[in-house]
Design a protein around this ligand. Structure first.
Ligand code: GLN
Length: 188
């Protein structure tokens, strides 16, 4: 069974845990460096990116998580988590310019149907960031109209929407496949 860590300092931690459990994965809530061993993947949840970034630093998690991501641990950032992965963010490991609150105030939060790989799935946006530019090594996995809403670069996945807030498990399953694949390489 794969074990997925969820950075558990602020934001949609429980919702990701429920979606992972529904897919049969084992979940570890990561709150301190002691929680970071033997994970097959890591989720940076949605929430408030400045708060999560600050708490990550205060918890002494910034350096250990950066090291794991640099070593190739599969990581998925949703919304605020995506901001932390993008250029200028806490980890800055995904070559993408991700602009915070790009669609305006809370009133413009919405549920829409967009494409993730070859499926149309529900997408929940809450004060979503916008992927303004994606680097040449990235692969676009999800779009809503012209907008890029899911992006992958190697073992890094970013979504500007919240798959864990809908009942559709497509993206969670996709990340679990990345984690299984990564685990084979990571521990080889
Ligand atoms: N607006 C939040 C931020 O900039 C992200 C919102 C979310 O994660 N749903 O941190």
């Amino acid at each position: 069974m794969v074990t997925i860590g969820i950075l558990g300092l602020q934001g949609g931690v429980r919702e990701h845990a429920l979606a992972l459990a529904a897919c049969g994965a084992s979940v570890r809530v990561v709150k301190s460096p002691a929680d970071t061993s033997a994970m097959d993947g890591l989720i940076l949840p949605g929430g408030e990116s400045t708060a999560i970034s600050r708490l990550t630093r205060l918890a002494g998690l910034e350096a250990p998580l950066r090291r794991l991501i640099e070593r190739g641990l599969p990581v998925w950032g949703t919304c605020a988590g995506a901001i932390m992965l993008g250029l200028g963010g806490t980890f800055g490991c995904l070559e993408a310019e991700i602009v915070r609150n790009a669609y305006g105030p809370q009133l413009h939060s919405t549920i829409a149907h967009g494409d993730f790989i070859h499926r149309t799935i529900p997408m929940v946006f809450i004060r979503a960031p916008r992927i303004a530019r994606a680097g040449s090594k990235t692969v676009v996995l999800g779009r809503l109209g012209e907008e890029i809403v899911a992006l992958r670069e190697g073992a890094i996945l970013a979504t500007t929407f919240h798959p864990e807030l809908s009942r559709d498990l497509t993206v969670t399953r996709y990340f679990l496949d990345m984690a299984r694949e990564g685990a084979r390489r990571f521990y080889a």
